[in-house]
Design a protein around this ligand. Structure first.
Ligand code: NI
Length: 228
């Protein structure tokens, strides 16, 4: 399941991010790729142990914790501090699958990558190419979202960023471990929660069937969630 989340960052916030990112010290991204990915990765990244990556990453985590679609779709347990990348002309990241286990920087904690996220920080008209293509069970899906929007996709998916042929594509990306490891269970919970929220808006939160369905949602969470 791919989930697009609109306006994770407002246009004002994107503008502030870009003020920092446009003058940031971008580094060759090959240095942080694994031995296999190194052959297909041609982009630039920010040093995420330094500013502005740390402050901007923390800002993203703060707004996501308040985003109902993100919380419902991801049921996040542990989130990797957001990273930032930049693709200039001819830069690309060929087909790969993200690593399965990652150590959270500055801690001894390991995170299992259940979901991958890309938060777009350049508008589609600022660059050509640079689409994120994700292999799903229903075929390849191509994603190129407005600046401030984010896509969540299963980390088990083969994916790539096609070559940028004009302009610059900036994005933030990160991984998370979900409290619900199974992607199908996570999808059922997400769809149920969206319907409960919609019914609550139409019928009122006190409506007996809304209360019952909300109870069912929480009882399924109790069955399936394994918080660390
Ligand atoms: Ni990737």
């Amino acid at each position: 399941m791919l989930v697009s989340i609109p306006q994770v960052l407002s246009p004002d916030e994107v503008g502030q991010f870009r003020t920092y990112l446009d003058k940031a010290d971008w580094q060759d991204g090959t240095s942080t790729a694994g031995s296999i990915a190194r052959h297909v990765k041609k982009n630039q990244q920010l040093d995420d142990t330094k500013e502005p990556a740390m402050s901007l990453g923390n800002h993203i985590l703060r707004v996501l914790s308040q985003n109902p679609i993100f919380v419902s779709a991801a049921l996040p347990d542990k989130i990797y501090p957001p990273k930032f990348n930049c693709y200039c002309e001819a830069q690309t990241y060929g087909a790969h699958i993200d690593g399965s286990l990652m150590q959270i920087p500055g801690t001894k904690q390991t995170l299992r990558t259940d979901l991958s996220a890309t938060l777009f920080l350049s508008d589609p008209d600022e660059y050509d190419g640079g689409e994120l293509s994700i292999e799903t069970q229903y075929g390849t899906q191509t994603v190129k979202l407005p600046a401030g929007d984010m896509v969540l996709y299963p980390s088990t998916s083969l994916h790539q960023v096609s070559p940028v042929t004009r302009g610059v594509r900036m994005a933030s990306f990160f991984w998370l471990q979900s409290m619900v490891k199974d992607a199908q269970q996570r999808q059922i919970l997400f769809e149920l929660d969206r319907s409960v929220q919609q019914l609550a808006a139409e019928l009122g939160e006190a409506h007996q069937e809304v209360v019952n369905l909300s109870g069912t949602y929480h009882n399924l969470i109790r069955q399936w969630a394994t918080p660390s």
